[in-house]
Design a protein around this ligand. Structure first.
Ligand code: PLP
Length: 455
C-alpha cells in the first residue's frame, strides 16, 4: 500500500452497536470501517486508503503490521498469553524493565507497567503519595499541574488535567488543586516575549506552591512537549530549568508526562533528554512503548523510592493486566526496532523536513497561524485571522470539519476537540517514526489540499 489516488467517498451511516454511538449523534455519518493497515497506511472496508498522518492519537510509532512485533506477539501468546505478576515473574517483563531503565537513564531505574497513559498517571500520583506517607511527609498530597494540560480521563488523572470543560462536568467527583498557566508562545500577554512569559509561568508555579503551603505540595506534573491539550507546545529552554529549580527548592517532585512525547517521538528517547539540566524525578510513558499494538502504560521511578515502598510493605497498586506478558513482549520488540533502526534519529530528520513544509504552508495560507513541536510531535494551529490571531468561531466546528476533509483527501488526522474555544484549534501532524522523505512530502501535499479545501 503506497502511493494511492485520492478517492473521496461518502462516509457510511453511524452504527448503533459500536462505541462511536456514544459520540456521534444519530443520523450523522459514521467513521470509515477499518479493514487492514500496513506501514503508514490504513484501509477501510470500501477500499479507501488513508495516510496515518497523526499515528492515530500519536500512538502508532512503528507504523502498522511490523513483522517483528507480530512475531513477538504470537510467540508470547503461544508461550503464556497471561500470567499474573503477583504469582509469576515473566521474562518479557524483566527484559522490558531493563530496556526502559537503560533508555531512560540514571534515576529512572524501575518500570511499573500498566495498561495505558491514564493508569500511568494514577500510578505515579499514588506512588508519590505513598512514598511521602512512609517517609514521614504525610502532609504532602497536592499535585499541581498546568492549564491547559492533559494527563488522562480516569478521575485521578482528570483531577490533575487542565481541562475547564471536564472540570465543569466532573468537578464534584474530583479533588482538584491549583493549576498554573502553560507557557504558550503564540498568543502572548501584552509587553511579553516568549521568554519573559515563560519565566512568568514558571514564577506562577512557585507562587502556587507558596500559596498552597510547600509542606502540602507533593508534585508538579507537566507534559515537556505538549500533546493535544496545547498542540505540541514547546516552552523556551529557561522554563524547564526554572521549573526544576523551583521544585527542588520546595521538595516538590517533578513528574514529566511523556505518554505522547516519549519513546523517541521528539528525536530523543525522552523529550526530557532535550533539557538535561531539568531532569524530572519521575516519568510516565504509554502509547509509543507498544506503538499501539497492545495497551501499555509505564511509570519510571528511582530505585530508591521503589525500594523504600517495597520495604514498607509494598506499593499499594495493581491491576489484573499490570505487566501483561503480551504487552511486555510487544514493548520489547518495539523498543528493539526503535533502537536498531534509530527511529529517534529519523524522527529528528523527518521532523525538520515536515517543519519546513508546514512553515511554507503557514506562510501562504490565511488560516495557518502557528506551527510548533519537536521531532515528529508537531501541530499546526488554525486561526480565523492571522493578524489578530483570532480563533475560529466554535460553530464552525473546525476540528470536525478538518477531520472529515482529511478523510476525503486520504489523510487520517487527529484534531483538537473543541474546548469551548478557550485555547484554539489545531491538528496534530505526527506520522509514525518510520516515515520516509517521500511520505513526508505526500503527507504535506495532502495536508495543503485539506487546508485549501477548508478555507
Ligand atoms: N497523558 C498524555 C500527555 C496523553 O496525551 C494521554 C492521551 O492522549 C494520556 C496521558 C492518557 O493516555 P491514555 O489515553 O492511554 O489513557
Amino acid at each position: 500500500m503506497n502511493d494511492i489516488p485520492i478517492q473521496p467517498q461518502p462516509q457510511p451511516p453511524r452504527s448503533d452497536t459500536g462505541i462511536q454511538s456514544f459520540f456521534l449523534p444519530p443520523g450523522t455519518p459514521g467513521r470509515p470501517r477499518i479493514a487492514r493497515a500496513e506501514g503508514i497506511w490504513l484501509e477501510d472496508t470500501a477500499g479507501n486508503r488513508y495516510l496515518d498522518a497523526s499515528s492515530g492519537p500519536v500512538a502508532s510509532n512503528l507504523g502498522h503490521g511490523n513483522p517483528r512485533v507480530l512475531a513477538a506477539l504470537e510467540k508470547q501468546a503461544r508461550a503464556a498469553a497471561f500470567a499474573f505478576p503477583a504469582q509469576f515473574e515473566s521474562e518479557a517483563n524483566l527484559e522490558l524493565g531493563e530496556r526502559l531503565a537503560r533508555l531512560c537513564g540514571p534515576g529512572l531505574d524501575r518500570a511499573f507497567l500498566v495498561s495505558g497513559g491514564s493508569e500511568a498517571t494514577e500510578t505515579v500520583i499514588k506512588f508519590c503519595r505513598q512514598h511521602a506517607v512512609v517517609t514521614g511527609q504525610g502532609s504532602r498530597w497536592k499535585v499541581l499541574s498546568r492549564e491547559p494540560g492533559y494527563h488522562g480521563n480516569t478521575l485521578g488523572a482528570l483531577a490533575v488535567s487542565g481541562d475547564a470543560h471536564a472540570h465543569e462536568v466532573f468537578g464534584p467527583l474530583l479533588r482538584a488543586v491549583d493549576r498554573v498557566p502553560a507557557p504558550f508562545t503564540y498568543r502572548l500577554p501584552a509587553n511579553h516575549t516568549a521568554e519573559s512569559h515563560a519565566r512568568a509561568c514558571a514564577a506562577a508555579l512557585e507562587e502556587a506552591i507558596v500559596r498552597e503551603g510547600p509542606e502540602t505540595v507533593l508534585a508538579f506534573i507537566m507534559e515537556p512537549v505538549g500533546g493535544l491539550a496545547t498542540g505540541a507546545l514547546v516552552a523556551p529552554d529557561v522554563y524547564y530549568r526554572t521549573v526544576r529549580e523551583i521544585c527542588s527548592r520546595h521538595g516538590v517532585l517533578l513528574i514529566f508526562d511523556e505518554v505522547m512525547s516519549g519513546a523517541g517521538r521528539t528525536g530523543r528517547f525522552l523529550a526530557a533528554d532535550h533539557w538535561p539540566d531539568a531532569r524530572p524525578d519521575l516519568v510516565t510513558l504509554a502509547k509509543g512503548v507498544t506503538a499501539g499494538y497492545t495497551p501499555m502504560g509505564v511509570m519510571m521511578a528511582p530505585a530508591a523510592m521503589a525500594d523504600t515502598l517495597a520495604r514498607a510493605g509494598g506499593f499499594m497498586q495493581g491491576f489484573t493486566y499490570f505487566a501483561n506478558p503480551l504487552s511486555c513482549a510487544v514493548g520489547c520488540a518495539v523498543l528493539a526496532e526503535m533502537e536498531e533502526r534509530d527511529l529517534p534519529g529519523n524522527a529528528a530528520r523527518m521532523g525538520e523536513r515536515l517543519r519546513a513544509r508546514l512553515h511554507g504552508l503557514r506562510d501562504r495560507s490565511p488560516i495557518v497561524g502557528d506551527v510548533r513541536g519537536l521531532g515528529l510531535l508537531m501541530a499546526m494551529e488554525l486561526v480565523a485571522d492571522k493578524e489578530t490571531k483570532a480563533m475560529i468561531p466554535l460553530e464552525r466546528m473546525a476540528p470536525y470539519r478538518l477531520q472529515q476533509l482529511g478523510l476525503q483527501h486520504g489523510l487520517a488526522l487527529y484534531c483538537r476537540r473543541t474546548n469551548r474555544g478557550t485555547y484554539g484549534d489545531w491538528v496534530m501532524v505526527s506520522p509514525p517514526l518510520v516515515v520516509t522523505a517521500d511520505e513526508v512530502d505526500m503527507l504535506a501535499d495532502r495536508l495543503e489540499a485539506v487546508i485549501d479545501a477548508y478555507v
